[in-house]
Each structure stands twice: as C-alpha cells, then as structure tokens.
Design a protein around this ligand. Structure first.
Ligand code: ADP
Ligand code: MG
Length: 463
C-alpha cells in the first residue's frame, strides 16, 4: 500500500491508487464559529444538515434531515437533479428557521459532500469524472458540480455560498481533526470503502511546486481501487469480479466492503452445495447475485444461540436451504468468520500502510528500516477516524480490524495509534470544511495554487 501510494503521488496514472488532490490544506481545529450547512449526496439517500459552531470544539446545534432521492431524478437532467437539491435545502431552511428564515441564511456557507469520483480543481470546485451507483445524468459528466449547485441555489432564491466540495472520507477526516488534532487519516468502510490522509505538499511529486499555507494537503486515495500482485485472490473473488458491473475495477473494495462480503459467503456456500450434500439439494437462490446481504451474514456470524437458530432461519428464509444440520450451520458461521476476518485484516493492513507512508508506524517511512521503537522519541500519538456501517455495526469485523492494526504495529507502537469512530462524520465534516474554507480562506488556497503554477512555469522556462 505504501509503495502504491508513493507511485500514485509520483505521476498521474502511476498507480491504481488515484491519490486525488483535494485542495483541503487546513483541517477544522475547533475554533470555527457560526452557522453552516451541508448537503450530502452519497447514493440513494440524501442528507441536509445544519450545525451551529461555538468555537472551542463545540457543536452547539445539529439538525439533520434524510430524504430519498426520487429514482427518476437519477437519470434525467442536471437541472432537475440540482433543482431538487436546492429546493430541499430551501424547504429545510424554512422548516428549521423561525419566521424570517431566508433572510437569516443570506451569505451562509454550504459544504457539499458528493460521493462520486470528482477531479477537484480547488477546494470548492471539481468536475465529475463518472457517475456510479445507478446514477447517469449524462449532461453532468466532466462538468463542475459546484457551479451547477450554486446556480440551482440562485434559481431558488437562496443566497448561500458553496464553500467546500468534499469526498465523504475527507469529511470524516475533518470531523476527526475538529475533535482531535492528532487525527491524520480517515477510513470509510460501509457499502464501499475509501481512505484519505494528510500528506506533505512536497511529497505530492506529480504537482511540483505545490505550496499550501499549511505545507500539507489532504489526499483522497480512492483506495477501493487498490491492487497489488502481492494480494492473493480466490476463485470466489475472481468470479465476483467477472460478474460485477465494473470488472477489473475496485479490487480492494470487492474484498472488504459491505456491498460484497455477503456475496462472497453466498459463493462459498454455493460451491460447497454443488460439490457435496451438506446443504441438501442445491437451492437456486444460491446462484442469485447478492441474495445474501452483509447484515444478514453478520447476523448469522453473531448468532450466539446454542442451536444456531438464527443461522437456520436465515438459510431457510433468504437462501431457501431447509433442514440444515447443526454441523453444517457451524460451517456457515465459520465461512462468515473467515470472510470477515480477511476483509478486516486487509483494511487494517491498508491503514498501517498509510501510517507507514507518513512515518507514523514506528519506522522511518517506506525507505528506511525500523527505528528502535519508541525510545527514539519520534513516536507521536496518531488518530485515524473511521466511519461506515460495516465498521460501526458489525462488531466482529470491528474487533478483527482493531486487533490486526495492533498486531501489525507491534506492542510497542500500537498504544500510540488510536482508531476513533466518527459517526455521521462525512456530513458534519462537509459543514466544518465549509466553515474553515469560507470566503477568506478559499482565496489563500487559490493563491497557493497560482503560486504553484507560476513555479512550474518558471521551471519550464528555465529549462
Ligand atoms: P454508505 O456506505 O452507503 O454511506 P453506511 O456507512 O451506513 O452507508 O454503510 C452501510 C453498509 O454497512 C451496508 O451496505 C452494509 O453492507 C453494512 N452494514 C450496515 N449494518 C450492518 C450490520 N449490522 N452488519 C454488517 N454490515 C452492516
Ligand atoms: Mg457513507
């Protein structure tokens, strides 16, 4: 992971890890004040929120509203889609406000979490690379999503300013840092998986001369697409990938995230059912993709009844496999365990890879050897913010992941590394980034980019 991160930072397309620049060069530190809004578009659900910040790491007020995105809007025009977002925000403002609502939000900053691949051009602009998760609004591709949102807000008469465009992992890092300044990375493990971390500007080789006010920048790794020849793949992984909507894509995600774990288990049970008679006659449900969801897999895994009643029930109701003997039910639990354990340990290894890249794993980085432990005085407290349903709701997964991080780091270093759950992090994070990047700060980041471009231009002229 550390080597691939390096390659992805060295050149565009240098690795399967995109290592995207976010232009977030300063993270919220708790001093933020005032009222901020956020829109979170992740998948089928949409969230609007408002936070009131009181400085000193305090969130005085926090209102959230969840709303499904009407399916027909996912495939029509950008105008209809963004108009829906703007109207929803306007209604939210009117509901939450007192009487003179709209005048109160004049000039307020909005953070926009948009969990689709975006090529950012500044902290508050970026073009859509491609739609995923069932969206296909063709006229949006390669367009600036903030510009569209900003225009829609104006059309609806909302005088609000989109101050930050944020990936959900970056939002999670922002909240983590808001509460704890030792937070250097964030990982999302839900339906999909991704990670981001704070990198030194001079380590971002593909963007030479990049100067930021803080000397650092958050990098969105898009780690779901990580791959390495060192990563062993089973026939189940190969089949899952081949039958997926995006073959040869998101290889790491397909071994780790909630969208896939249940389906790997289904494939293993299916194979066993085909080659043996432990599960009786072969159920046709076993060859239906995604017939077993990850929450149901977790429910079987965590069944602590002596007769594994829950396992029997789920096999029956979900996979149409009846009268499974106890011995075979125990095998099912074991399969869930193996699949979850592998996923959790891979994610843990990825986290330690990030720490290694930034010299927080007790070694001197990816080129030098291990420093003799803590005695060198170099070890600092390091926090990784974690968000996502798989980590927060699947206890065994969480325990395996935590355990593996400690195991890989070793007992001397492990006490310095803390994984912290940031529930709903990405939404609040977007509002916090809107706060720390409201008008004045945005200018400084853009200035830094201009300076960087000038440095590059001078270098080119200078030969
Ligand atoms: P998203 O990733 O879509 O933003 P979440 O972070 O809430 O949403 O994660 C949802 C995913 O987490 C689900 O798709 C599911 O795979 C997984 N998940 C949620 N609850 C559980 C559970 N109890 N056990 C196992 N996995 C769960
Ligand atoms: Mg999410």
């Amino acid at each position: 992971m550390a080597v691939e991160m390096h390659a992805g930072l060295a050149s565009e397309g240098g690795s399967k890890l995109k290592m995207l620049l976010t232009f977030v060069d300063r993270l919220p530190d708790g001093s933020e004040n005032g009222m901020y809004y956020a829109l979170h578009v992740g998948g089928t659900n949409f969230r609007i929120l408002r936070i009131q910040l009181g400085g000193q790491r305090s969130i005085l007020g926090h209102d959230v509203e969840r709303k499904p995105i009407p399916e027909h809007l996912m495939t029509r025009t950008s105008e209809e889609f963004f108009d829906f977002l703007a109207l929803s925000l306007k209604e939210f403002v009117e509901r939450k406000g007192n009487n003179s609502q709209l005048s109160q939000v004049r000039g307020k900053d909005v953070g926009f979490t948009f969990s689709f691949p975006v090529k950012q051009t500044s902290v508050s602009s970026g073009t859509l690379i491609k739609w995923t998760k069932g969206f296909s609004i063709d006229d949006m591709v390669e367009k600036d999503v903030v510009e569209y949102l900003q225009k829609a807000l104006s059309r609806r008469g909302l005088d609000m300013h989109v101050a930050a465009l944020v990936n959900d992992s970056v939002g999670t890092l922002a909240v983590g840092h808001f509460y704890d300044k030792d937070t250097v990375a964030a990982v999302v493990i839900g339906t999909g998986t991704n990670a981001c971390y704070l990198e030194r500007a001079d380590a971002i080789i593909k963007c030479q001369g990049l100067l930021t006010t803080s000397g650092g920048m958050v990098i969105n790794m898009e780690w779901g697409n990580f791959w390495s020849s060192h990563l062993p793949r089973t026939s189940y992984d190969i089949d899952l990938d081949a039958e997926s909507q995006n073959p040869m894509d998101q290889g790491f995600e397909k071994m780790i995230s909630g969208m896939y774990l249940g389906d790997i288990v289904r494939r293993v049970i299916c194979k066993m059912s085909l080659v043996s008679d432990v599960f009786g006659p072969v159920s046709s449900k076993l060859s239906t993709r995604f017939a077993l969801s990850t929450p149901l897999m977790a429910a079987m895994h965590e069944d602590d009844s002596p007769d594994l009643i829950e396992v029997a029930k789920i096999l029956e109701e979900t996979l149409d496999i009846h009268d499974v003997p106890l011995k075979a039910r125990k095998v099912v639990v074991k399969i869930c365990d193996v699949v979850t354990r592998r996923a959790a340990r891979l994610a843990a290894a990825g986290i330690v890879g990030i720490l290694k890249k930034i010299g927080r794993d007790g070694t001197g980085g990816i080129t030098s050897g291990r420093i003799k432990g803590v005695k060198s005085g170099r070890m600092r407290r390091t926090v990784v913010a974690v968000e996502g349903g798989l980590y927060t709701s699947y206890t065994v997964f969480r325990e395996y992941l935590n355990e593996a991080v400690a195991e890989i780091l070793g007992e001397e270093i492990a006490p310095y590394v803390i994984l912290k759950v940031m529930e709903d992090g990405s939404g609040i994070g977007a509002a916090l980034l809107a706060a720390s990047n409201s008008a004045r700060s945005v200018d400084t980041v853009q200035e830094a980019v201009i300076v960087a471009l000038m440095v590059v231009a001078l270098a080119v002229i200078g030969g």
